[in-house]
Design a protein. Structure first.
Length: 313
């Protein structure tokens, strides 16, 4: 590994990104690929992925447990109806942990009066998308905001050239501005499809302009999250459909058990998208491990169902 470090020095800075002091343009994967791992992952595929398959160009794209990497393009808008999801989980207390995703998750939990919202994601691009949206809500009107998000989805590589971004940029952190400069011409957001339900209406938008929930972004996959939220507890932990990328039901049950026992408040709840866990019979494994601490129940309508675990002990 020492020789490889000398031969590929920039590759091995992949392990030391936490302060973002790195040559982004040199390390960033070609972001036009929706599920492209960084090239260090391709250099050592057996170390970073469980399954690979060759794409038409002959490269190897990770799937399953490493479908997303540290700089995979984020979703520009969520595929979920977070307006409904947040209402289903309300009243959810004041402390929320949610996947980062497109940033719509944090926006809708804030809209429903969460005071402290931590978010996590394996990709730093999620953090940037969240920062852009939060700044856009402060700087733009409701129609300008919608136009900006649609432009972000269509071509994030050119988003810094839009009129809306000129108003947003002064509200971004130094690191976010640096990232945007380094990523000019590279797509960092845009996965998924435009979901009209994710847009705030005029009343909701004006309400959000005054919202300033506290919280932090945690740069982590789900497996390593426990160490980075050590000592913290939440009223709601929202995991979306993350478990569909894990193939081992025992691992899923282990992660859920750890989150429930160490990070969920009494009478708190963990919510996940329902179909993957029921259809793949992973529900039974998780339910069996957690039956002494609480219970699972389904909630929501047909296409918006969630599986919720409520901690009672």
């Amino acid at each position: 590994m020492g020789i490889l470090n000398q031969i590929f020095p920039s590759a091995f800075t992949y392990r030391n990104f936490d302060n973002l002091d790195f040559p982004v343009s040199e390390i960033h994967e070609r972001l036009h690929a929706d599920t492209a791992p960084c090239w260090i992952e391709r250099l050592f595929p057996n170390k970073f992925a469980q399954k690979y398959y060759p794409n038409p160009k002959g490269r190897y794209i990770a799937i399953a447990d490493t479908a997303f990497s540290r700089f995979s393009p984020s979703y520009a808008t969520t595929n979920e109806n977070m307006r409904v999801t947040a209402k289903i989980l309300k009243p959810f207390g004041k402390r929320v942990l949610t996947c980062g995703g497109s940033g719509d998750q944090t926006i809708w939990f804030a809209r429903n009066d969460a005071v402290h919202i931590d978010s996590f994601d394996i990709s730093w691009c999620s953090k940037i998308t969240m920062d852009l949206k939060n700044a856009a809500i402060k700087a733009l009107n409701v129609q300008e905001y919608e136009n900006f998000v649609r432009a972000l989805h269509k071509d994030s590589a050119c988003i810094s050239e839009t009129e809306e971004y000129k108003h947003i940029e002064p509200l971004l952190s130094r690191k976010a501005r640096r990232f945007m400069r380094a990523m000019k011409g590279k797509r960092f957001s845009g996965n998924g499809v435009i979901n009209d339900e994710c847009f705030l209406n005029k009343e909701e938008f004006l309400h959000m302009k005054s919202k300033t929930p506290t919280g932090k972004f945690i740069w982590s996959d789900l497996g390593g999250l426990n160490k980075k939220i050590s000592g913290k507890k939440y009223d709601i932990i929202y995991l979306s459909n993350i478990f569909q990328y894990l193939s081992d039901p025992e691992k899923i049950a282990e992660i859920l058990e750890r989150l429930v026992t160490k990070h969920l408040c009494h009478e708190g709840a963990i919510a996940v998208e329902v179909n993957w866990i029921i259809d793949n019979k992973k529900y039974a494994v998780a339910a069996n491990k957690l039956k002494e601490l609480g219970n699972f129940y389904e909630t929501g309508k047909l296409n918006e169902k969630m599986l919720v675990f409520c901690k009672t002990k």
